[in-house]
Design a protein around this ligand. Structure first.
Ligand code: HEC
Length: 119
């Protein structure tokens, strides 16, 4: 009885550890593919907000290289991508991309414009 309880607990702990590890793994190459399909037309290939569709937008896309953008936490970027920004063409992607895909696309944006906290 005790042994089976120990084994069950060990399996549970191992699987929880595994889930947590999977959550943290990001894949910028997969993020790049998604970015090119969904985001590039507005944000541009370098993330400077100069994509081919910008001329049709009233509110310009943000340039990911500005200090305001590079200082944003992953949580802030994530919220914007999930919920979008009102009164702009930055629509919500939470229902179109999975949690992992959003993580991957953020890791690609961070590759283009690395995180720089403001001091
Ligand atoms: C149709 C054009 C368009 C597309 C497509 C688009 N965006 Fe945007 N995005 C915008 C605009 C416009 C803003 C700025 C809105 C504002 O200033 O209120 C913005 C803002 C953002 C911001 C906020 C950046 C900051 O520093 O505050 C993030 C992050 C972002 N977009 C990510 C993405 C991602 C990821 C995708 C693809 C999954 C994407 N966007 C697709 C137009 C677009």
């Amino acid at each position: 009885m005790k042994l089976s309880l120990c084994i069950s607990l060990a399996i549970l702990m191992l699987s929880i550890g595994n889930l947590a590890a999977q959550e943290l793994i990001t894949n910028p190459s997969a993020g790049k593919v998604l970015y090119q399909i969904h985001c590039l037309r507005c944000h541009g290939d370098q993330g400077a907000g100069k994509g081919p569709d910008v001329h049709s937008l009233i509110v310009p896309p943000r340039n990911f290289h500005t200090p305001e953008s590079t200082a944003k936490s992953e949580y802030e970027l994530r919220s914007i991508i999930i919920w979008g920004l009102v009164f702009s063409d930055m629509h919500k992607w939470g229902y179109r991309l999975t949690s992992q895909e959003i993580r991957n696309v953020i890791s690609y944006i961070r590759q283009l414009a690395p995180y720089q906290p403001r001091i």
